[in-house]
Design a binder for this molecule. Structure first.
Ligand SMILES: NC(=O)C1=CN([C@@H]2O[C@H](COP(=O)(O)OP(=O)(O)OC[C@H]3O[C@@H](n4cnc5c(N)ncnc54)[C@H](O)[C@@H]3O)[C@@H](O)[C@H]2O)[C@H](O)CC1
Ligand SMILES: [K+]
Length: 515
């Protein structure tokens, strides 16, 4: 699913109005009806007080139209116009009149002294700013937003939590609504998925307002959201007359004394993601643990007893995953540098191999085309330098990807896979996966997919999806705290099977932060 920028959403609005022969206020009415239906279904004629805070632009217009629909259905409402500018939009004014027509007169707030009383049992609808915010709100508006946040009432944001820009992180975190839930129109917004801005909405949901499908499908976007539909198209079925050679031979290089488990986890994940053959390359101390822990894998040992000194093997792997548990001892650094110079095979690079690259940037020129790098935030910072904010991070990461022709997997709550100018935001996974060895499992999965012939970008996106989905399946049985890397691997089979399960009920895209 595509993630559009604010200017693209305005263009989508315009082509909808033009191609469907409707007015902008009719489009607003559609949006408001969707919000109202969502609320009506859940509130079931409740008498709880619903406070609607409306700006003076089209987000505010949405809020006023929702207020009218709620009033017409007998809900107990309070409507406030947050009068932050005299440049009221046309559709806001039309909806203000329509509200007055049914004898609802909003309170106009233009100063922090006018703040209404809110109790924790009330419901707040945030329709102050939408995607049109272009500068920080005035200080009295910030005071109002804080008043809303402090109220402990349930906050439902329309389109985006007010105070969030679509393309940058606000300097003042106090001037942003902390929504319990956001109902966003038609397309997901990138801000829901970035660590610094995603925190302002606990959950989000898409409401279909019938925007022009032709515009949406023909327009290229900088980011996409990866869900089942996106990865399913790449799935490669197993052929009846195939054999283990058909599905490649993955080599996992890593481990050092005390960290052999990392290679064991990566190798097992690689096998469980379908690689035909898996070989682990470890220091001598890793021979017995890997051989006994994973009898399906073959093991090659380095000449080093407790660390890797010289990466040499006489097999012909289809892909190499390197770095997990490897350490950054001088001898290992040298071995990795020499390995990169001579290697021609596709690579997945993780953990200590990334740290070695960060300290020896000259080695980056020896990466094979489209190598997959899987840094967590600290490893990424060492690679690309410090960033100003999450948007700057993505831009810096894109430049890095272009410069070294590599696929970057930026691990986090919503892992982003970047290649060249494009980013793919993952939707699966949960906080239980923040546990030792989870990253090693991801490295194994991506390596296993490349072994089977997936292009490295597809393998990275698909691998991240499967890893998260396996975590989501596993957590159902374990809860967040008891989820382990091994638990993720054990649910990989379930994640593959789930690709072919058709979800029951209406297909509404939503985040899982609500659980
Ligand atoms: N396709 C859709 O998604 C539809 C969206 N709708 C809703 O429209 C808003 C966007 O409306 P817009 O009028 O462009 O912007 P806002 O309401 O977010 O902002 C109002 C207005 O205020 C000015 N402004 C910006 N920042 C400030 C500031 N700090 N202080 C004062 N004034 C400011 C700026 O000029 C803005 O234009 C979208 O989010 C949806 O809610 C449609 O209803 C249906 C289609
Ligand atoms: K809003």
């Amino acid at each position: 699913m595509k993630i559009f920028s604010a200017s693209q959403i305005y263009e989508a609005d315009n082509s909808t109005i033009k191609n469907q022969g409707i007015t902008s206020v009719e489009l607003m009415e559609r949006a408001a009806n969707q919000v109202f239906n969502w609320m009506h279904l859940r509130l079931q004629d409740t008498t709880v007080k619903i406070h609607l805070f409306c700006g003076i632009g089209n987000n505010g217009g949405d809020g006023l139209a929702v207020a009218r629909l709620l009033k017409q259905h007998g809900y107990n409402i309070g409507v406030y116009v947050v009068n932050y500018s005299d440049k009221r939009s046309q559709d806001f004014l039309i909806n203000l009149d329509r509200l007055k027509d049914i004898k609802v007169w909003p309170d106009f707030i233009s100063d922090a002294s006018d703040l209404p009383r809110i109790t924790p049992d009330d419901i707040l609808v945030d329709a102050i700013f939408g995607i049109g915010l272009n500068r920080p709100p005035a200080s009295w508006v910030v005071v109002l937003l804080q008043h809303m946040n402090r109220s402990r009432a349930f906050i439902l944001a329309i389109d985006v939590p007010s105070g969030l820009f679509l393309d940058k992180v606000p300097k003042d975190g106090k001037g942003i609504v902390c929504a319990n839930h956001t109902l966003t129109f038609q397309v997901p917004k990138l801000v829901f998925f970035l660590p610094q801005t995603g925190i302002y909405s606990n959950g989000w949901e898409l409401l279909d307002i019938g925007l022009d499908q032709e515009y949406l499908s023909k327009t290229e976007t900088d980011y996409e959201l990866t869900g089942k539909n996106e990865v399913l198209q790449w799935y490669r079925p197993r052929e009846k007359f195939s054999h283990k050679g058909t599905y490649g031979h993955a080599l996992l290089v890593g481990g050092s004394f005390g960290k052999i488990g990392a290679v064991l986890l990566a190798s097992r994940a690689c096998l469980y993601s379908g690689s035909g053959l898996v070989t682990a390359y470890v220091p001598k101390c890793g021979y017995l643990p890997v051989q006994t822990g994973l009898p399906e894998a073959m093991v090659i040992t380095d000449e080093g007893e407790e660390q890797i000194f010289h990466i040499f093997f006489d097999i012909d792997p289809s892909v190499i995953g390197i770095g997990v548990g490897m350490g950054t001892e001088n001898g290992t650094v040298k071995a990795f540098g020499e390995f990169l110079k001579n290697n021609k095979r596709p690579l997945v690079i993780d953990a200590d191999a990334l740290n070695i690259l960060s300290k020896n940037k000259g080695m980056l020129k020896d990466l094979p085309a489209k190598a997959v790098l899987t840094p967590h935030p600290k490893e990424l910072e060492r690679l690309i330098g410090i960033w100003k904010d999450d948007f700057d991070k993505l831009e810096k990461a894109k430049s890095f990807s272009k410069k070294f022709n590599c696929v970057l997997v930026i691990k986090g709550a919503n892992t982003v896979v970047l290649y060249n100018d494009k980013g793919y935001v993952n939707t699966t996974g949960n906080p239980g996966m923040a546990t030792g060895g989870s990253g090693d499992v991801l490295t194994g999965i991506i390596t296993g997919l490349i072994a089977q012939g997936y292009d490295s970008l597809q393998a990275a996106i698909f691998g991240v999806y499967l890893h998260g989905r396996a975590g989501d399946i596993a957590v159902e049985k374990t809860g967040y705290q008891a989820l382990t890397a091994t638990g993720i691997i054990d649910s990989l089979g379930g994640a593959f099977l789930d690709l072919f399960q058709v979800a029951e009920g209406p297909q509404v895209q939503r985040s899982d932060n609500d659980s």
